[in-house]
Design a protein around this ligand. Structure first.
Ligand code: GLA
Length: 696
């Protein structure tokens, strides 16, 4: 047995590797002192054999297989010539380089070679993949191949899983890891709203976050060793889910899975920061990091399908008056698309809506100091479209069966090169012929029947388009947050977290997503009031403050706002512009508050910080507990101000308004322990808190 240690900045992984035997993870957690006795560490957690176990207890380790008495989900399920293969992979070799390890396993009888690659990267986030090579002389069918098999130390006793639906994404559920574990799966060709590709595990003073970086279907299994058949640990596995028969390897071929990532941190804020660092430095495309995130105005909630050049120009003029920097033309601009039942696939500018094409609108938008974004849904086709009439076989379908629609549409088969080539040509022409700075790339239908190679086809199309138009920014939208993952974010600038712009719902949704994703990739728009989805009426001050904490935009018609609301909105757009550097480059901390209705976040960057605290309910106590900040330097002094405008009702309860305008100076310690007593009694009250660190 050999022990190998991989160190991150604050993380250590210790592997136990036995040539001809198994590969196990002996330790995962806080970085160990140099010189830690690794055999002793392994001995300290080793268990003796107990009753009702195989004579040699199985070690699922990093490659759980159905062998030696281990009976739960295997990391690989393979077939050859229609026969299931009972694999028995043994460690043959391993190599360590800097912060990464590759462990190779061989099963000579089955004719396969498996390699497990783990790397500790930016933020101490571990990226894991598995590769499989067919060393046999017949085709190998892969039914399942997990990206990650992670034996979870027994100190992790609770989990937070996610569920959701349209307009209510990322609902958190924290509970004990029950003996029956957790199994999650998506089966609609994308992660969907179900949240099964995200998971948190909790131990005292530690939280582990895991995610599958894949925009297709996923499988997640969290299996405690309830019967003690293994070693008492819980096994976490994450991997892409494929159609039966979709994946096969000819002799000599090999395949590497999509990555899964995980990180361990002392608390949820530290975990969020680690994942944000990882995404910012290793995942997002280069071009997504350089420019400040422009304030959007999106036409959808303002005009819907009721588009005309004049209406859009009027909307653009109103937008510019608010300080908007990008005008996004949503659905309805192409071919015969006057409602959601037609014309997907016909990506040419509608001459009915734009008699002279898009260029007059674009010229006006540019003259107003903005650039133009455009909505597209390339992977879809309406049965009522020229594309479908020309190529009825291009959609996902089963020959001889009905073709059920969703939102009146079918999905194209992206695995077919001619379909991708056609879409590339259509999108390329749009981007070449018009000055389009941004695409809102939507995906509003689940994939049924499912399509083999669909996600790979989607990535190939996106990659080709990004290579041809490197300056165009892209948003991943899927009826809101139906396709959000690190795989899509390796190719896009931002995501649309939800169609729900109701600021109370949005606050919860943004906080949940920001556990994994930094604020700059999370679109956050000021919607209309009453909100079209929830019917709730919310003051502009609250809507605007919530939208500042993300990639800010407006999705409402300024012409239908009061003069006062427009002024409040413009003031918040100016605040966003002043603070976006801090919000989008800083470290995000979640603020704890005893009142369940109060939600708080603070972004800290160099000598500045901006916090948002918002009351979503009617508080039980009139004098709500002071807000305690986080992430500050304890010894440093900060000037604290409350940027105006202030919430209408709550402003009257401020004890010393003058002081909050000028600024009070307090230490980081005082701000983090004593806190600030702000009026947060009434629902829909939000405050921004600005902090400037004073020179020592
Ligand atoms: C989806 C998106 C919306 C909007 C509509 C347009 O529902 O999530 O934001 O773009 O499509 O049809």
């Amino acid at each position: 047995m050999e022990f190998v240690r991989l160190d991150g900045n604050a993380l250590a992984l210790v592997f136990a590797l036995e040539a001809g035997g198994s590969a196990d993870l002996v330790y995962v957690g806080a970085r160990l002192p140099d010189g830690e006795d690794l055999p002793a560490l392994a001995a300290a957690s080793a268990r003796g054999r107990h009753e009702s176990q195989p004579d040699v207890p199985p070690c699922p380790g990093l490659l759980p297989e159905r062998k030696a008495g281990w009976s739960r989900t295997p990391a690989l399920a393979l077939r050859r010539n229609g026969q299931r293969i009972d694999t028995d992979c043994r460690v043959s070799d391993w190599g360590v380089q800097d912060c990464s390890i590759t462990i190779t396993f061989v099963d000579a009888v089955a004719g396969i070679e498996v390699a497990c690659h783990w790397r500790i990267g930016a933020g101490d986030v571990v990226t894991a993949r598995l590769s499989l090579a067919n060393r046999g002389d017949a085709t190998l069918n892969i039914d399942c191949l997990a990206s990650l098999a992670l034996p979870i130390p027994a100190r992790f006793t609770e989990r937070t899983s996610y569920s959701g639906r349209w307009a209510e994404e990322m609902q958190e559920h924290r509970q004990a890891i029950a003996p029956d574990g957790l199994a999650r799966q998506s089966a609609i060709g994308k992660p969907g709203f179900s949240g099964g590709n995200w998971l948190l595990l909790h131990a005292a003073g530690e939280v582990l976050g895991a995610h599958l970086s894949w925009s297709g279907d996923h499988l997640l299994a969290l299996e405690p060793d309830a019967q003690g058949a293994g070693d008492g640990r819980t096994m976490l596995q994450m991997g892409a889910d494929w159609n039966a028969g979709e994946m096969s390897l000819a002799p000599g071929e090999s395949f590497t899975t999509c990555p899964a990532v995980f990180a361990i941190a002392p608390d949820r804020s530290a975990l969020a920061q680690a994942l944000h660092i990882h995404l910012r430095t290793e995942t997002l495309p280069e071009r997504a990091k350089s420019e400040p995130r422009k304030v959007h105005l999106n036409s959808w909630e303002a005009l819907g399908f009721d588009l005309s050049q004049d209406k859009l120009i009027a909307l653009a003029e109103d937008a510019a008056g608010l300080g908007i920097e990008r005008f996004v033309l949503d659905d309805g601009w192409f071919a015969g698309r006057r409602n959601d039942q037609t014309s997907l696939g016909d990506w040419t500018v509608s001459r009915d809506v734009f008699p002279q094409g898009l260029n007059p609108l674009i010229a006006r938008v540019h003259a107003l100091g903005m650039d133009l974004g455009l909505w597209v849904e390339p992977e879809m086709v309406s049965p009522d479209s020229d594309l479908y009439r020309a190529h009825p076989d291009w959609c996902l379908h089963i020959e001889g069966r009905e073709r059920p629609t969703m939102r009146g549409q079918l999905a194209l088969d992206l695995a077919r090169a001619e379909v991708r080539d056609h879409l590339f040509a259509a999108l390329d022409a749009l981007l070449r012929d018009q000055a389009i700075a941004y695409l809102k790339w939507d995906h509003n239908r689940d994939l049924f029947p499912s399509g083999a190679g669909q996600t790979q086809g989607f990535y190939a199309l996106l990659d080709a388009l990004c290579a041809a138009h490197p300056h165009v920014e892209i948003e991943s939208c899927s009826s809101g947050g139906g396709r959000i993952d690190f795989g899509v974010l390796a190719r896009t600038h931002r995501v649309w977290p939800s169609d729900n712009n109701d600021a109370i719902e949005r606050l919860r949704i943004m906080r949940a997503w920001s556990q994994f994703l930094p604020l700059e990739v999370l679109g956050s728009h000021v919607g209309p009031s009453p909100n079209p989805i929830t019917g709730r009426q919310i003051a502009m001050d609250f809507r605007a403050k919530v939208a500042v904490f993300g990639h800010m935009g407006v999705e409402a018609d300024p012409a239908r706002m009061t003069e006062h609301d427009r002024a409040v909105l413009a003031a918040h757009i100016a605040l966003y512009k002043a603070w976006r550097g801090v919000l989008h480059e800083g470290a995000l901390h979640r603020l704890d508050h005893p009142d369940p209705g109060v939600i708080g976040l603070i972004a800290v960057h160099r000598d500045e910080a901006l916090a948002l605290v918002a009351q979503t309910e009617f508080a039980a106590a009139f004098d709500v507990s002071p807000v305690r900040l986080a992430g500050l330097a304890p010894e440093a002094s900060y000037r604290v101000t409350l940027p105006e405008p202030w919430p209408n009702k709550a402003r009257h309860y401020l004890a010393t308004p003058g002081l909050w305008r000028e600024g009070i100076v307090l230490s980081g310690t005082a701000l983090m322990t004593h806190g600030l007593a702000l009026p947060l009694t009434h629902p829909e009250t939000a405050w921004l808190i600005a902090l400037e660190r004073l020179p020592a």
